[in-house]
Design a binder for this molecule. Sequence first.
Ligand SMILES: Cc1cc2nc3c(=O)[nH]c(=O)nc-3n(C[C@H](O)[C@H](O)[C@H](O)COP(=O)(O)OP(=O)(O)OC[C@H]3O[C@@H](n4cnc5c(N)ncnc54)[C@H](O)[C@@H]3O)c2cc1C
Length: 460
Amino acid sequence: MATADQLATTVNALKSRLGDRVVGPEDPGWDEARRAWNLAVDQHPAAVARPESAEDVVAAVEVARRHGLRVAPQGTGHGAPPRASLERSVLVDTSRMNAVEIDPARRRARLEAGAQWQHVVPSAAEHGLAALSGTAPDVCSTGYALGGGVGWMVRRYGLACNSIRAAEVVTADGRQVRADTDSEPELFWALRGGGGSFGVVTALELELFPVRELYAGVLFWPQERAAEVLGAWHEWAGGVPDEMTSIGRLVNVPPLEEIPEPVRGRSFVMVEAAWLGDEAGGSEQLAALRELGPEMDTFAMIPPTGLGALHMDPPEPVPGAGDGVLLGDFPAEAIDAMVATAGPGTDSPLVSIEVRHLRGAAGRSDPAHGVRDALDASYALYAVGMAMNDAMKQTVVQRLDRLQAALAPWAAGSLLNFAERPLDPAVMFTDDAYRRLREVKSKYDSDNLIQANHEIPPAD
Ligand SMILES: Cc1cc2nc3c(=O)[nH]c(=O)nc-3n(C[C@H](O)[C@H](O)[C@H](O)COP(=O)(O)OP(=O)(O)OC[C@H]3O[C@@H](n4cnc5c(N)ncnc54)[C@H](O)[C@@H]3O)c2cc1C
């Protein structure tokens, strides 16, 4: 345990290199600086560095190393819940590094590590291009892409980690390197789905895709029809082309004033979907679901910038407790188990249970991919509830446990991005891939300086 004097010395050393881009526990603004997007996570790092350049990141890494502290990179704190204690870590908050450059001819985006999808998506859309963004505009592209990245085009264009074409990284020994297929190829492989254990990423180059518009929206039914609608969706999803990515979902909309009247305080079963094609083709695809007579239907042609509103993620930081698992399948028995555990009449504290359809490009292996090559699962389940205090959090966690137990017969592993509770990362990879990840960690960070939310330890 470092003494208060030792920590104060470290904060001063950081300030001598980074000036006011460092906040220590005694400084004004400390509580704001240490806050994660998920407000249920109470982070207590030794100091917070807010770099504005890769050189600032080098300085933070060098000082932390010299003073025996770890380095914990964070873009927003959407993925903060599973991270271990930060008491002996410098939190490197990359949010000030959010510049985005688009190269339309090469269909590439170069983004600084703190850029969120709301910075990337509009810039790409100006050129008729789209990145493999996720549902929430304020998730940081870097954390999302390092952890896999399941977005609205995942069945057509695959996981976002495999759209990374290069990463600029500050390694644990303070070097600035570029990782791509030619340079530091092992590091490049590990970054594409292995998470944040291997260095501090300062910028990414992502491939962009030619998408001007999609036919996308949400169908809503009263939640009492959950089993019928989800059963029909599962049957339908099994036959759709890769251009269709969809989510079957149970939502208990909180009774908050800022939520529009038609949905406020109500419980729904929904199908959200994005179709990479025109309205006529999308409508033809959706016909079987529309025959079920949805109460609301918001499908329309939208640009990629419209996708950020589709899933209705919270627009501001909130306190939440959630977790996710992959499912091999989601047949009628699984749907019944889910509905019996957290559907209508169960007094469920879960605000949302979503089941994302995978397969297509998400399931196709390619030797050019990184460690998260393909997902051997048909669906990704993620459930979440509000956690304004410990009692609420416990209630949510108990229901998450019950839900996961009910769905255990269909469990098919986990994905870094949706795993919000600490778990052995070995279960997320094949034995070979995990061994190789640990070797990469040893090569680039044998002292285990860099602290990810899901840590890959150096090889023994
Ligand atoms: C509302 C919401 C919606 C979501 N939607 C989706 C979705 O559609 N698809 C999906 O796949 N996931 C989704 N997620 C999960 C999300 O992708 C993960 O939580 C991801 O980790 C968030 O990245 P972040 O950088 O914003 O979070 P952070 O908590 O800041 O980072 C998460 C981890 O990423 C690593 N990391 C971040 N920045 C760096 C860096 N510069 N260098 C090295 N490592 C770094 C660190 O290990 C860090 O602990 C969602 C989560 C929430 C809460």
